[in-house]
Design a protein around this ligand. Structure first.
Ligand code: PLP
Length: 390
């Protein structure tokens, strides 16, 4: 069984590039060039140098002793929260800005939910002196205000998306529309393993440094790798080099919102069915007429009705398991991680911690949680939602 993309851009029955004709030249340009550029020695040299000196890689793998004592296994945290700008998103934007530069693009657009991808994009645009426009849902602009300020400080223009639930899906729609209108000079830096081929594979490759490092740092295989999933990029990065190690259990954690039996949820793989969203075939939340169901999660980065096609394939082929965690359980897990380990996680990341109690760990089990981002951006939400601040 292969878990890699095939030459037509599919993972099993999922993936592809279902794009409007106006985008053919852009997508074809990417499909024809992304692998060759990524493999070139000059790209590799600059990518690795920036990951080291600018992002601060390798990120540490930290043994969380008090969480381990509580849950019974050996729990290791992959510290993506220590990356420059505070989350894993920068690994991908470094890769894509180098690609954009080599394709001669001068204008960069991006979508963002939690704002971490927007900040990471604004950061690399500043680094390279390129124009940057970030689309963000109006609701997310409000709940992730510190990241909006950071983007502006870095010189980016933040454009609100005002349709639908005013969240990540709507921002992605706006960014796609912009790209269709500006096909020649613009590169669209998609922030997750979603969108038309080659994005899911390209973003997975740039994020795969996470599992490459885990493998080296752990010196041997873990029993579990756990990561939260919005579009699925930090999870794909953490799973990538373990996909062909069947003894490693891969667990993705999606947002149940108020619960999977309510209509306020973003548990795509638990509730969704096959369909096309944002130009690739995957699993998505839709009604019986194929209309997208508006998602809900307390965390802006997981508040998305779709998921990358590779995850749909990992689920259907039973290589990975996907669990859903409610807003309330994620908040509890965020406090627990803060108090047991002295690390305030992002709300997205907190979802991954919330499944520890469900695994029935043995003392010899080695668990890696991908700590995808830090919680600074979420302090407003924590202060509003947690009893300890009342
Ligand atoms: C810290 C953090 N973790 C996870 C995510 C979810 O994205 P993905 O599933 O692509 O990793 C986000 C998205 O903004 C994020 O900011």
């Amino acid at each position: 069984m292969s878990y890699q993309v095939d030459k037509n851009g599919f993972y099993g029955e999922f993936g592809g590039a279902f794009i409007p004709e106006l985008l053919y030249p852009n997508i074809e340009e990417l499909q024809e060039n992304y692998l060759e550029i990524e493999k070139s020695p000059a790209f590799q040299e600059e990518f690795n140098q920036l990951l080291k000196d600018y992002v601060g890689r390798p990120t540490p793998l930290f043994l969380a002793k008090r969480l381990s004592a509580k849950y019974g296994g050996e729990i290791w945290l992959k510290r993506e929260d220590l990356c420059h700008t505070g989350a894993h998103k920068i690994n991908n934007t470094i890769g894509q800005i180098l690609l954009a530069e080599r394709l001669g693009k001068k204008r960069i657009i991006a979508e963002t939910g939690a704002g971490q991808h927007g900040v990471a994009t604004a950061t690399v645009c500043a680094l390279k002196g390129l124009q940057c426009i970030v689309y963000m849902g109006e609701k997310d602009i409000e709940r992730q205000a510190p990241n909006v300020a950071r983007m502006k400080m870095l010189g980016a223009e933040v454009r609100p998306a005002t349709s639908g639930s005013k969240t990540l899906k709507d921002a992605t729609n706006e960014a796609m529309r912009d790209w269709i209108n500006n096909p020649e000079d613009t590169h669209y830096i998609i922030g997750s393993v979603v969108g038309p081929h080659p994005y899911p594979d390209m973003v997975a490759r740039y994020q795969s440094v996470i599992s490459k490092e885990i493998k080296e740092q752990l010196q041997g295989l873990p029993d579990y790798v756990i990561a939260c999933v919005g579009g699925g990029s930090n999870a794909m990065g953490a799973f990538y080099h373990f996909l062909d190690d069947p003894s490693v259990q891969l667990i993705g954690v999606e947002a149940a919102g108020l619960g999977v039996h309510t209509d306020k949820t973003a548990a795509t793989l638990t509730l969704g069915t096959p369909g096309v969203l944002h130009a690739s075939r995957s699993i998505m939340m839709q009604d019986k007429d194929g209309q997208v169901v508006e998602p809900h999660s307390i965390s802006a980065g997981l508040d998305y009705p779709g998921i990358g096609p590779a995850h749909a394939w990992l689920k259907v082929s039973e290589r990975a398991q996907y669990l859903a965690v409610t807003d309330a359980d994620a908040l509890t897990a965020a406090v627990e991680c803060s108090r047991l380990e002295g690390i305030i996680p992002a709300l997205e990341t907190a979802h991954a911690f919330a499944v520890l109690g469900r695994l029935g760990l043995k003392p010899t089990d080695r668990v890696v949680i991908n700590l995808s981002g830090r919680g600074d951006k979420d302090m407003d939400t924590y202060m509003k939602e947690l009893d300890l601040f009342q």
